[in-house]
Design a binder for this molecule. Sequence first.
Ligand code: KE4
Length: 427
Amino acid sequence: MSDIRNEDLFEVARQFFPGGVNSPVRAFGSVGGTPRFIQSAAGCRITDAEGSEYIDFVGSWGPMILGHAHPGILEAISQALQDGTSFGAPTERENQLASLIVQMMPGVEMVRLTSSGTEATMSALRLARGITERDLCIKFEGCYHGHADSFLVAAGSGAATHGHPSSPGVPSATADLTCVVPYNDLESVTDFMGEKGDQVAAIIVEPIAGNMGCVLPAAGFLEGLRELCTQHGAMLIFDEVMTGFRVHPGGAQGLLGIDPDLTTLGKIVGGGMPMGVVCGPRSAMEQFSPIGPIYQAGTLSGNPLSVAAGIALLTELNNSSGEIYRDLEAKGQRLEEGWKQALEGHGITHCWNRVGSMFGLFFTEGPVTDFAQAATSDQELFRRFFHGLLREGVAIAPSPFEAGFLSMAHSDADIDQSTVAIEALSL
Ligand code: KE4
């Protein structure tokens, strides 16, 4: 064990970075305590600076579907590295990645690569606004689409209301263009579209939500959004940054058989390297500069190392002919059964949402179908659960409003070890 301590590293980090982190959720704000400074990761395990090892159910927030430091992905990055790190020019590898995305995602004919999911969703909304020549957009409470101004908007009171900034720095004029509706509340969307549908550029939705814990679309919800967008000439944006290639080789749209007008991707598509994608039918995508009038750009967009990692990962997923997803479903069932049994053994009220290897655990009666219900979770119990698991060598997301992820690297023994860890907790 090293003599470096997470606390010491955190003290130094707080001098350099706001809150000691480069992304807020990492700061343990929801659960308290000291973030673990991760030194290395391999397979389903991460190791912190003190040498403590954890079975990891965060997976870098989604990309690590094959596990950390996957040999094929490391090799692909290493080979690309020999040719340089960035050229600011088109590369053959980008053609390869685009071909894979088009092959795997049902409604996609053309793509634009970015360096993050935020850039992808921001660009998708601009594209929708440019094409429709409309300004309003509808998002859903509890869905997160990155930190572009238009999406940092909280729900007003009531069902479907114009938003107000959920962060200083977001102009009210911008927030006012975003209408926030409870997830799965199709009636409110229908009412709003009936009133202002001719002003709505886009409805953006996580088709399976992962940013309020994991919350599934109610039967007919996404189909209803599809019909409303078609009826009113708005564009349906599926934000699949988390679900893309996670729940199905074709993402949630492939799993559920619903065709959005635009799709955003991230996380898995970059194989753990910086990457986002905005994609869709050629007719829409060709409105992007340089052939169309709608501007979108990025110095490191299509970065050769990220693209090489993405090609390696998507190739593995695509070549498995669904076997990986069947294996992940079996792992998800084992985890769900084990954790449910362990929590029932503690007499703890909880409910669980899961799609394949993406899951959400809520310390509330349930069902949880929107953010208001997710927010009834016992957050103090979650804090005890989180830290208890950490002490037992199991790392879950440091927030009750995040999804958890399994990977192909989680063996049955690893899953069962996490169940035993829960059984050992004194909650
Ligand atoms: P990035 O800009 O963080 O690459 O992607 C933003 C984003 C967009 N859309 C969805 C559905 C997302 O889940 C995300 C980012 N997800 C969070 C975790 N829930 C990233 C973790 C973080 O913010 O550090």
